[in-house]
Design a protein around this ligand. Structure first.
Ligand code: NAP
Length: 432
């Protein structure tokens, strides 16, 4: 039975500071917080001004010392990045310490190794803050929803891209302009690739899929397209056709198997995720027998993410007070490796925007080509006409991705189709 829990905090940045504030508050939000103390805080630089007042000697640059300090029960990893975060987590586990982390990059790549080490050491690794910041989603999947068979998880789990798409839709501005503005406001990083190319969302959906479907998802198998190809024109056309464009992270199991992917998606305006705007996140979980459950809220920010971190710390404190056994409902188990269905086998609807020389028979030729590849069209409309070029928008019925891509490959070689460009190809989701 542990009377008081001693925490070693790695990182005192945005999330670390909010976490320390909660743990050090003279008016803690929960009585259990009085039994948790911060023993050490590891940072890069001792000279930076800090947002929290720490006792003398608590702040250190010796992170190795924290993970091997015999007085520390729990290590909270909030430095981010892959290394030294991964090695520090593994060393802390080897030294018998419980782990709380917000590091989706490490968990999506090294979760298997980390959970295995934790299993052997008999310690907890809790990761509520690693996906969707302050929104509780990990524990609901593990506990409240655990008696359901999960069919799908659809998430808007990257605030930066949702902010950019929302702004593009509201103001009709193009991607590059809104990105520059988001960077100025601090909503996007100087190097925006992890967000706008979908990698951050891929990390998070890989973690959620592993938990929800009980199979260890390999990050490399997650198909990932970002939002760079989405233009203001596409957003306008989608709007006219009754859709919003969102970057969705999707994990779905059907008779063909499990598929995990991230891509910009046309969502019908009445879909529950279509109204999620700005930096907010939302996750729609569909399971049997529960049906649909939606989680919505702030997916980032120090306070929101710190709230998830502190709740994990409190959970471990509570578990250790009541038992020395690892609670199977709290710990993340090891899962067998997943075999994902490749994106070419995805059956979905598509939106494509094509530009070519405007001449009679173009639409007919396109229709014939799609038909030849078993692509059935819901609509094919000539939307605009500029400098002798026609802009044509195609929306398909459900079709296997491979067949649709083969039709697109053939289009430039069709007779009567000149100067063809296909600036956008987006997937379309049905009503929820
Ligand atoms: P941050 O503001 O950049 O803070 C990082 C902290 O870690 C700083 O205190 C830094 O020290 C320290 N640090 C980094 N590398 C270090 C090293 N090699 N040795 C010693 N100290 C090191 O990061 P953050 O935004 O708080 O993010 C922390 C984690 O939370 C990341 O995994 C991130 O993905 C995750 N997360 C963040 C948010 C969010 O809204 N920010 C939301 C969800 C999840 P110095 O202060 O001395 O530079």
């Amino acid at each position: 039975m542990v009377e008081s829990l001693k925490v070693g905090l790695l990182g005192l940045g945005t999330v670390g500071t909010a976490t320390a504030e909660s743990l050090l508050s003279p008016n803690p939000a929960h009585a259990l917080l009085k039994e948790i103390t911060i023993s050490k805080v590891g940072v890069n630089s001792l000279d930076k001004p800090r947002g929290v007042q720490l006792s003398a000697g608590v702040l250190t640059t010796d992170l190795e010392g924290i993970v091997s300090d015999p007085d520390i029960d729990l290590v909270v990893e909030l430095i981010g990045g892959l290394e030294p975060a991964r090695s520090l987590i593994l060393k802390a586990i080897a030294n018998g310490k419980h782990i709380v982390t917000a590091n989706k990059a490490v968990i999506s790549r090294y979760g298997e190794e980390i959970y295995q080490a934790a299993e052997q050491a008999g310690v907890y690794v809790l990761i509520e803050a690693a996906v969707a910041g302050g929104i509780p989603i990990i524990r609901p999947l593990q506990q409240a929803l655990s008696v359901n068979r999960i069919d799908s998880i659809l998430g808007i789990i990257n605030g930066t891209t949702n902010y950019i798409l929302t702004k593009m839709a509201a103001e009709g501005t193009d991607f590059a302009e809104v990105l520059a503005e988001a960077q100025q406001l601090g909503y996007a990083e100087a190097d925006p690739s992890a967000d706008v190319d979908g990698y951050d969302a891929a990390d998070k959906i890989a973690i959620l899929a592993t938990l929800a479907f009980g199979e260890q998802v390999n990050l490399e198998d997650v198909s990932c397209d970002g939002i760079r190809q989405v233009s203001a024109v596409d957003i306008q056309y989608a709007e006219r056709l009754g859709f919003e464009i969102k970057l969705l992270a999707i994990a779905q199991r059907d008779e063909t198997g499990l598929q995990v992917r991230v891509h910009p998606t046309l969502l019908p305006k009445n879909h529950p995720l279509a109204t999620i705007d700005g930096v907010n996140n939302a996750i729609l979980v569909e399971g049997d027998p529960i049906g649909q459950v939606m989680f919505y809220g702030p997916g980032a920010g120090g306070g929101a993410t710190g709230s998830a971190v502190v709740s994990d710390i409190m959970n471990i404190a509570a578990m250790l007070k009541s038992s020395q056994q690892v609670n199977p409902l709290i710990k993340i188990p090891q899962h067998p490796r997943s075999q994902l269905v490749p994106i070419q086998k995805l059956v979905t609807r598509f939106y494509a925007r094509l530009i070519c020389v405007d001449r009679p028979g173009v639409i007919g030729n396109l229709g014939t080509c799609f038909g030849k590849h078993d692509v059935s069209l819901e609509s094919i409309v000539q939307i605009d006409f500029n400098n002798g070029l026609a802009e044509i928008v195609v929306v398909t019925h459900n079709v296997e991705e491979e067949k649709f891509r083969k039709a697109l490959e053939e289009i430039p070689h069709l007779k009567g189709i000149d100067q063809i460009q296909i600036p956008s190809v987006l997937r379309v989701l049905r009503e929820a």
